[in-house]
Design a protein around this ligand. Structure first.
Ligand code: SF4
Ligand code: SF4
Length: 439
């Protein structure tokens, strides 16, 4: 009897002819490895005639976990790997919302904004909490996510806290880095330079929801004024500034039915401005933000199909795209014990999407900075991996689990299915990946 079996975490394309041979592309999601094999080999694999394959090939297939030990409980191995990665993770990732203010009034936003800024007292409490986490944990890196509302509206807080955070990281022999998702309205060269050179920033993600008309129709100011022109001008200036060439820039385009036609023109505009080698770009479906914004979203299948079109356009324009999903042992910050989000009022959250959203009430909040410094994260989202193992979500029988991680614990809790586009279009992505070598 064979000591191997084909992994349950194996995805294969349809057969195709290349250079006269019938082939298939295989993708082991347990290692993110891609391999083209002949149809004959595929047949032998499926008939479990591993002994008819060359020994080196069997070893190679075993190394990339296309073949696995016959008695392996793969789901258990994956969850074990995830839990170990979480436990051994050397990066302390912490999210701070410096202000509750945002200039924009985006149609799909579920937050309520106000001028509230993180107080001096709360800033100090954060430093104490971080010090305690760095003392008790085994960390080699401190990473801060500055989130909004619009984080640049709280620039004074960022400027004040960053040197202290950098000093704290140094004291514990940790590297330091910061990143920020921003609407881009205030991200001019001067501010980007200050944050890059003096505040440890390594990346910004600017949201642009299509070309001007599409973007302005939904990402306008609270008084309905257009924002595209200023944001795009800022973005181009930052992207072309030589001293900021090491700063990572990402464009995120949030999409639903009302702006889906604005993505292709935006890709063209980014290409015309020769940003192919400077930025990364991705499209995200609009999801519920404690509201019903998701009701105008494309279906999962529609989105997956459109995404393939956008990927082809990006490739044609010379953008670099990674078509193969990497491993995802840590699904998000919600499953990291020491990670938390502090809102501008000093409230502590176990998820990055729930603060400032009245519709969530206190569902994702687990404590306050003031008075209760010892507050620990509750198990509400923390135990997501164990819950997958218990079979609470469909992820326990999904071959994408190692590269998806379950996508979003909060979405599952709220009764929605958060599967990413790759679940639906991975086979075409594999074929594109294979054909890319000829482009
Ligand atoms: S639970 Fe979902 S929304 Fe919350 S941080 Fe994780 S991925 Fe984000
Ligand atoms: S979220 Fe969807 S694609 Fe991801 S592992 Fe769960 S079922 Fe699979």
């Amino acid at each position: 009897m064979s000591k191997y079996k084909i992994s349950e975490y194996l995805i294969h394309t349809v057969p195709f002819i290349d250079k006269g041979d019938v082939q298939r592309v295989l993708y082991s999601t347990r290692t993110s490895s891609v391999k083209a094999i002949s149809e004959y080999t595929w047949k032998l694999l499926n008939e479990e005639k591993f002994n008819l394959l060359p020994l080196e090939m069997v070893q190679e297939l075993f190394d990339v976990k296309i073949l696995v030990p016959i008695d392996e409980n793969e789901l258990k191995s994956i969850i074990q790997r995830n839990n170990q990665s979480i436990d051994k993770n050397g990066e302390l990732y912490y999210i701070i919302q410096p202000t509750a203010s945002c200039q924009l009034g985006c149609d799909y936003c579920g937050q309520v904004h106000s001028p509230q800024k993180l107080s001096d007292e709360h800033q100090e409490k954060i430093m104490n909490r971080l010090r305690s986490k760095l003392t008790n944990g085994n960390y080699t890196a401190l990473k801060i996510g500055w989130f909004g509302a619009e984080p640049l509206s709280g620039l004074s807080v960022i400027k004040k806290m960053s040197p202290k955070l950098m000093e704290l990281a140094k004291e514990f022999d940790c590297s330091y880095s910061a990143k920020m998702p921003t609407n881009g309205l205030l991200l001019n060269v001067e501010t980007a330079t200050l944050l890059f050179e003096e505040c440890g920033f390594e990346a910004f993600e600017v949201t642009i929801d299509g070309t001007q008309a599409y973007h302005d129709n939904r990402r306008h100011t609270k008084s309905s004024k257009a924002t595209f022109e200023k944001i795009f001008k800022n973005f181009l200036a930052v992207a072309s500034e030589a001293k900021l060439s090491q700063l990572r820039l990402n464009v995120r385009c949030n999409v639903d039915r009302s702006n889906v036609d604005g993505v292709s023109p935006l890709i063209k505009l980014l290409a015309e401005n020769k940003l192919q080698n400077r930025i990364t770009f991705y499209v995200a479906p609009i999801h519920s933000w404690g509201n019903d914004a998701h009701l105008n979203s494309l279906s999962k299948l529609e989105f997956a199909e459109k995404e393939l079109e956008w990927i082809c356009e990006l490739l044609e324009h010379g953008f670099h795209i990674n078509l193969i999903p990497p491993q995802q042992p840590i699904v998000c910050f919600a499953v990291r014990k020491d990670s938390e989000l502090v809102d501008p009022f000093g409230n502590l959250y176990n998820c990055s999407e729930a603060s400032l959203v009245p519709n969530y009430g206190h569902e994702y909040m687990f404590g306050k900075l003031t008075g209760i410094d010892s507050t620990e994260k509750n198990n509400f989202l923390l135990n997501f991996n164990s819950e997958i193992l218990q079979g609470l979500y469909d992820c326990n029988k999904c071959e994408m689990l190692p590269v998806c991680g379950g996508s979003c614990p909060k979405e599952w809790k709220e009764g929605r299915v958060p599967c990413p586009s790759s679940k639906f279009n991975i086979k075409t992505k594999l074929l594109l990946h294979y054909s890319k070598q000829y482009l």
